[in-house]
Design a protein around this ligand. Structure first.
Ligand SMILES: Cc1cc2nc3c(=O)[nH]c(=O)nc-3n(C[C@H](O)[C@H](O)[C@H](O)COP(=O)(O)O)c2cc1C
Length: 380
């Protein structure tokens, strides 16, 4: 389907890869994701509605003593929140990254930059990423590259350049097979990536985090990543932004009808975020976990943290607020999110995140069916 040069029905003839640069693509992504006229979110849910807390009428704690600080990859966070990798590589991205860097520093939370490939190709774009570290001198900042680039001649030197560009605390390598297949200029040779990820994990000074971008990570894949010595997994499950839909919209704009239709069909593809978090949390003694993908409020976040995630990641609401609204509105969103998380903890009697992991939970409906169908023991 990609780059085939064939004519299918009324589809555009593709003799060669589209000539869009990485920067143009990044701008397309921002514009599509932040335009109300496009529906880029999945219609299926994250699955968190089927994980239930048990209300405590007598929580026996003082709301004011609830604390949310945590450690992730040996770095201290005041709140268990990670601003998921979003942008950089274009002027528009620089403005957003500046605002997000400031927020990360103010709250002492984590932030990931978007893929740095654009700046490795064109060093004049480095400042669009560096602005994060300039505004977040002490926060946890993660570098970002597509894992597929390891099949594209990227080795230790390129990866280290990305890390050094922003004095990153860790490197995120994202896995995005669905996006690449729908993207007209996508790269689809995913062979042999796990050994290459293992090599990076061994050779780099900084820890490696492997991340999906909205289709989730299953226990089987997580096991391979543990064996590859990856330090953390960001499951980035289904139920939020659909990269199949985003690329379908782009493909349609460019006249690649087949890519566009296939992207629509796979718009809801993936393991819902709650299911994926639960699967990977079976390995939580061996690897640290970020739960993300469709996390939109503090109640969902509390559930993700209760089942084993160290942090929760948020992308779409944050990019929309930082692209179209004021810094104050973004701060209000974060404040509300924190208040929702604390309210949940109050109502289940958890003073801190360790206690939240001990509270009773009920798994009902589809998540219970999923766990049974996958052969997991619900009681465990
Ligand atoms: C505009 C935009 C650009 C993104 N670019 C990247 C990227 O460069 N690298 C990456 O790992 N993830 C990227 N993502 C994916 C997010 O980090 C996240 O995994 C995904 O959007 C699901 O989370 P959400 O439902 O909260 O949006 C991007 C997301 C958005 C909205």
């Amino acid at each position: 389907m990609n780059n085939s040069g064939s004519t299918v029905g009324d589809s555009k003839v593709k003799e060669e890869k589209p000539s869009k640069t990485t920067t143009n693509r990044k701008i397309d992504h921002l514009e599509i994701c932040c335009d109300d006229n496009y529906d880029v979110e999945m219609s299926k849910s994250t699955g968190f509605e089927d994980i239930l807390f048990v209300h405590k009428a007598a929580p026996e704690i003082n709301f004011d003593e609830i604390t949310l600080d945590t450690q992730f990859l040996k770095h201290k966070f005041n709140f268990p929140i990670f601003i998921s990798p979003i942008t950089g590589g274009a002027k528009e991205g620089k403005k957003i990254n500046k605002m997000l860097g400031k927020i990360a520093e103010e709250y002492s939370i984590g932030i990931g930059v978007g893929s740095q490939r654009a700046a490795l190709e064109d060093s004049s774009l480095e400042s669009t990423f560096k602005v994060v570290r300039e505004n977040a001198p002490t926060a946890f900042v993660a570098a970002n590259l597509g894992a597929i680039q390891l099949n594209n001649d990227y080795g230790l030197e390129e990866v280290n350049n990305a890390i050094e560009m922003i004095s990153a605390n860790a490197l995120v390598l994202h896995l995005n097979p669905l996006q690449e297949i729908i993207q007209p200029e996508g790269e689809t040779n995913f062979r042999n990536l796990i050994p290459k990820i293992a090599k990076m994990s061994k050779e780099l000074k900084q820890p490696v985090i492997v991340k999906e971008i909205g289709s989730g990570i299953a226990l089987e894949e997580a096991n391979k990543l543990v064996r590859a010595n990856v330090a953390a997994i960001d499951i980035a499950g289904a139920g939020g932004t659909s990269w199949s839909k985003v690329e379908a919209i782009r493909a349609n704009q460019q006249g690649y009808d087949v890519n566009s239709r296939v992207g629509e069909l796979f718009g809801n593809w993936g393991i819902p975020t709650a299911y994926s978090t639960l699967e990977v949390s079976l390995l939580k003694d061996k690897i640290e976990i970020i739960s993300s993908g469709g996390i939109r409020n503090g109640l969902q976040a509390a559930k993700a943290l209760a089942i084993g995630a160290k942090l929760v990641g948020i992308a779409l609401p944050i990019v929309r607020l930082s692209y179209t609204s004021t810094e104050k509105q973004l701060v209000n969103y974060i404040e509300q999110f924190i208040q929702e998380l604390k309210t949940t903890m109050f109502l289940v009697g958890a003073k801190n995140l360790d206690e939240l992991k001990q509270v009773p939970l009920a798994f009902v409906g589809k998540i219970a069916q999923w766990l049974t169908a996958r052969g997991f023991n619900l009681q465990e």
